[in-house]
Design a protein around this ligand. Structure first.
Ligand code: EPZ
Length: 417
């Protein structure tokens, strides 16, 4: 079990390159199963979830090799639809394989995709949507068996703009017979990237970026070179790190146009943000000011994946905040560790946390229990007196190429041990 040691209270200075987006890369990796010929994914992030997805593709007989910062993939020789158990349990992002394998193989055996500590992570919407496309599901001994002769185009209104369910429908629909209309679709930039990738391969998806997609099925998809966009959540993580250390940092290649609400909130807390040719320059305030109330929303609202980082920032800000998590039912796992570090925060029901800012936190040994909460605990260490040890850093490695390297380059006293 890895750990990170941080000695806090150093203002971050300098510039950091923002890695490729985890949540754009994962569905695109699944989409490669539908593409004939070679695909090169430039700027693919070197993170644990991508390595795991590569293992899954290789276990299915596909070729996937790193060439510099790019990934070269060819799935022509794919052999079966049964996913190895190791690959599927505990990783939500393998769920995209359901839609892709239905589109390619017409049949999938997989273990129920694991949830994680941020919530039950049900898949009812995925199953209902794909059933409407003619996919028959059976559950036997914890395994999910999906099969169809051919996915059929349909019209479907998502009961909730689920990112994964939208992406699974897209992956099945590009191979379906006829046209699929998805209403109430998720509009996250990562859904847009998937559509852009598929359209570049030869698909015909209209309404990209809106909540209504029209997908023409059955068009042949050919290999391309595609650049994975920068990760807006990693960029937001380092934006909040700059704010809580009163630093001044250039976030190179930050996807500013996909960070509007995050930037609006940061500026309301006293940060100065300036878009430049290289990305986003952030000047943290001497001490942030608490936003009175914030709720996480689907895109383009404030992203749930940055809720923990915002919470840490509020812990050392002036004033009081109420943060309402509306997307996941258990995304306040860092409240307790933050209390151990001297933060003054408390729960109001199960979905709202109230926080009254204190001057500084105090270094402690704390445990990461999931990806974004773990990254937020690193930020807490950056703003704490003394040393903070964060254990369970394998969770952080799922989404950050090297958080220690990035923050050390900005002057932080941080090492992985
Ligand atoms: C994607 O997860 C992201 N993961 C998450 O990022 C992100 O937090 C989330 O979208 C919301 O933006 C990837 O893209 C790999 P949802 P996903 O389906 O697709 C409920 C990170 O840290 N729901 O939009 O699983 C669900 O329980 C991760 O990078 C159902 O009820 O998110 C949740 O409460 C964490 N039934 C809400 O919808 C379903 O069938 C949002 O889930 C599907 C979802």
């Amino acid at each position: 079990m890895g750990s990170i040691l941080v000695n806090g209270c150093i203002p971050l200075q300098g510039k950091v390159r923002i890695q490729g987006s985890k949540n754009a890369a994962l569905p695109i990796l699944a989409a490669c199963l539908l593409v004939e010929g070679d695909v090169w994914l430039e700027n693919c992030p070197k993170i644990a979830d991508v390595y795991r997805m590569i293992r899954i593709l290789r276990s299915l007989g596909c070729m996937a090799v790193w060439e510099g910062r790019g990934l070269h993939i060819n799935t022509n020789r794919m052999n079966c639809g049964e996913l190895p158990a190791e690959a599927v349990t505990g990783m939500r992002s393998s769920l995209f394989l359901l839609g892709a394998l239905i589109g390619r193989n017409r049949e999938v055996f997989m273990e129920y995709p694991g949830g994680c500590v941020i919530g039950k992570r049900p898949i009812d919407i995925h199953l209902d949507a794909l059933s409407r496309m003619g996919v028959v599901f059976e559950e036997k001994d914890g395994m999910l068996h999906a099969r169809t002769s051919q996915p059929e185009g349909c019209e479907y209104l998502l009961p909730f703009p689920s990112v994964g369910a939208t992406e699974n429908m897209i992956l099945a629909a590009v191979m379906a017979r006829g046209v699929t209309i998805v209403r109430g679709a998720a509009r996250e930039p990562e859904v847009v990237s998937l559509c852009e990738f598929l359209n570049a391969c030869g698909a015909d998806i209209e309404g990209v970026g809106t909540d209504e997609l029209r997908i023409e099925g059955g068009l042949p998809l050919s290999g391309i070179v595609f650049r994975i966009p920068p990760d807006r959540i990693v960029a937001g993580t380092y934006l909040f790190a700059t704010m809580i250390t009163a630093g001044s940092v250039l976030l190179e290649q930050a996807p500013v146009k996909h960070m509007e609400e995050v930037i609006r909130v940061a500026e309301s807390m006293g940060a100065e943000c300036q878009e430049t040719r290289e990305g986003l320059f952030v000047q943290g305030p001497g001490r942030p000011v608490c936003p009175e109330r914030i709720s996480t929303q689907v895109y383009p609202g404030f992203p749930t994946d940055l809720q923990s980082m915002l919470l840490v920032c509020c812990c050392v800000a002036e004033g009081e905040s109420r943060i309402w998590e509306t997307i996941f039912e258990n995304r306040f796992r860092i409240v307790e560790p933050l209390q151990q570090m001297g933060a003054n925060l408390w729960m109001e029901g199960t979905q709202t946390v109230c926080v009254k800012g204190v001057e500084r936190l105090a270094g402690q040994t704390v445990e990461a229990r999931e990806l974004r909460g773990g990254a937020a605990l690193v930020l807490a260490g950056l703003t704490a007196y003394g040393d903070t040890r964060i254990t369970g850093t394998e969770f952080i490695d799922r989404g950050y190429e090297n958080i220690c390297r990035d923050l050390r380059e900005l002057g932080a006293r941080i090492t992985s041990v």
